[in-house]
Structures are given as C-alpha cells and as structure tokens.
Design a protein around this ligand. Structure first.
Ligand code: GLP
Length: 263
C-alpha cells in the first residue's frame, strides 16, 4: 500500500486528480470506477479544470459508479446520479453512453446486479477505482459485516451511515435505508485502487483500515489484500496512524529516486 499524506484537502484533491489524469493520458479508453460523497468533490473539480485548461480528454473513458441509494429516482436531487452529473459528467466530455451508475429504482434487483457486474467485465474490468471511506470503515456501501468476497447487491445501511448522510437530505427520515453497491469482491477486482480520506472524523476508520486486521467489520481493510493501492490522506485523517512517519519517509525516498532517474 502506498500511503500519501498531503498537507490539506486541496493538495489531496490535486494529487488524486493527477493520478487519474495520468491513467487517462496513458490509456485514453480507461475504465474508471467512481465514487460519491463530499471527499471526491475536490478531485472532480480538479479534473474539470484539467479538461477545460489542458484539454484532458474523457471522450474514450468508460465509468462505473460504486453505488446508488435504493428507492431514489435518478432525478432525485440527492441521488448519486444527480451528484455525478451535476458535479462531474456535465462538465467534462464523458459520453453519456459510457456512464454506468446503479439504478436505484430497479425492480429485479438481483438481475440488475448480475448485469452490472457483467457490464464491468465486458468493459474489460475497472482500471482505476476511486474510493472514499465511511466513518465505520465502509467502502461503497459495504457496511460492517459485508463479506470480503461480496458482489454487487442490495445492502441495508447502518444507523450511523443514515445519520451521516442525513446532512444532505435535510431530515433523517428522508434518507434511504438501502443501497445498491458494488461488493468488496467487485472492488478488489479493479486493477488499481485509490482511496481518499480527509478530516479527523475519518482518522479512526483510516487507522483500522490500514493498520488494523483485515476484517469484514471494516470493509476498507480489504484493501490490504490488493497489490496496487494508493491511499491519499490529509494530516487530520492520518493523525491516528502509528507508522505515519514511515509512510512519509517512503514517499520522500521514492521522490528522491525519481529525481535521480530524471537528472
Ligand atoms: C457514502 C458513500 C461512500 C463514501 C462515504 C463517505 O457512504 N457510499 O462511497 O465514501 O459516503 O462520504 P464522505 O466523503 O461524504 O465522507
């Protein structure tokens, strides 16, 4: 695992956007796994800037979102569909037909989930999956207890997640209690993973995910099983890591080696 600790949220967003931009530049038909939540907003803003100012081209890019609330219309102001279009897709040149987000209104959920997985496979698999982390250590909506081999399916949200998300809905009663989410097993099949966390309220989840045991109680800990993971944190999110000095040292050494290669 590569652990990158940035000074603040803006630096974290720039770093993550640079990693995604490199992926697209090297492979213009890259398949991106995308995430919602407040954490990746800065990354989307940076990518939009790169598209507008530097011509970063999304025309060949295919995207799959991690999750969607179950029971919300795509047009609902708090659906992840709306989030993605408003904050990203409408502002870059991703083709509408290249975008996939779970459908929160689907009736045959099992069939939909099987098809979603098939679309990912047919698209060649996800090259780079962007992830946030919930305060209970979840990725996507894989709440504690989700099997580390789980696939795309319907999940019941925990009370804590419902409470955390209430800030977007105005009232707790309006927050959906279910979501369709890629499973942990689905996420682990992406070729590369990029997880972001910002703020002190994520510090415990980050510590458990990176330095705790691999456990279905903290589904982000499954990232320890993946060979190509980068985690980008700001100082407060990294504050409970025991080995934070070592991670910073590794990054410093890596950039020195890189500088030597380039001179
Ligand atoms: C939701 C999403 C996750 C996200 C998490 C944290 O549960 N399904 O993908 O990582 O919220 O969101 P935030 O970045 O707003 O803290």
């Amino acid at each position: 695992m590569r652990i990158i600790i940035e000074e603040n949220y803006n630096a974290l967003s720039r770093k993550a956007a640079a990693i995604i931009a490199r992926e697209i530049t090297v492979k213009p038909t890259a398949v991106l796994g995308l995430a919602t939540g407040s954490t990746p907003l800065g990354v989307y803003e940076e990518l939009i800037k790169m598209h507008k100012k530097e011509g970063l081209d999304f025309s060949g890019v295919r995207t799959f979102n991690l999750d969607e609330y179950y029971g919300l219309n795509p047009e609902h102001p708090e659906s992840y569909h709306t989030f993605m279009f408003k904050n990203f897709f409408e502002k870059v040149n991703v083709k509408r037909g290249n975008v996939s987000i779970p459908d929160g209104m689907v009736v045959d959920v099992d069939q939909f989930c099987t098809d979603y997985e098939k679309h990912i496979r047919d698209g060649g698999g996800i090259d780079l999956q962007l992830l946030g982390i919930g305060r209970d250590g979840h990725i996507g909506f894989n709440e504690p207890g989700s099997s580390l081999a789980s696939r795309t399916r319907l999940k019941t949200l925990t009370e804590e997640t419902v409470r955390d998300n209430a800030r977007f809905f105005g009232r707790k009663g309006q927050v959906p209690h279910f979501a369709i989410t890629m499973g942990v097993g689905t996420i682990l099949e992406a070729k590369k993973l990029l997880m972001l966390a910002s703020g002190e309220n994520k510090a415990e989840a980050v510590r458990n995910a990176i330095e705790g045991p691999v456990s279905s109680q903290v589904t982000a800990s499954a990232l320890q099983l993946h060979p190509k993971v980068s985690v980008i944190l700001d100082g407060p999110a990294a504050s409970l890591l025991k080995r934070r000095d070592y991670y910073a040292y590794v990054e410093k050494m890596a950039s020195q080696v890189q500088a030597e290669v380039e001179t």
